[in-house]
Design a protein. Structure first.
Length: 119
């Protein structure tokens, strides 16, 4: 059984300090395969990484934010790809806000757990 990706469980655990990330780095962040990332890129219009002259994908922090949202809908909320596409079209702002709220609550929970351990 694989552990959930750190980037979704605790977004602060992996700071996005670089301007571009390779597909293998992104796949490792989400503990998935590069082929899964390519599939999501093909299926979701909001995910459009840049490509260099060789055709290698270069993911910017905003691309990773879109991937977080896609991952959240498909893996956490158990939407189908078609269901996730529809959800993004209908409620992109609401879905993104809800996702960010959940991440904030997870960070607060981690902080409170650490605080409790220190007492």
């Amino acid at each position: 059984m694989t552990a959930p990706p750190l980037i979704v469980e605790d977004p602060a655990a992996i700071p996005l300090t670089k301007q571009y990330y390779s597909i293998s780095e992104v796949a490792e962040m989400f503990q998935t395969t590069p082929s899964q990332i390519r599939f999501w890129e093909k299926e979701f219009d909001i995910l459009q990484p840049k490509k260099n002259r060789k055709g290698d994908r270069l993911f910017r922090p905003e691309d990773i934010a879109h991937l977080r949202l896609i991952y959240y809908l498909i893996r956490e909320r158990k939407y189908t790809v078609e269901g996730a596409k529809q959800k993004l079209k209908e409620e992109i702002k609401v879905t993104r806000t809800r996702f960010e709220l959940i991440q904030t609550l997870q960070r607060i929970k981690q902080f409170l757990i650490q605080l409790k351990e220190q007492i």
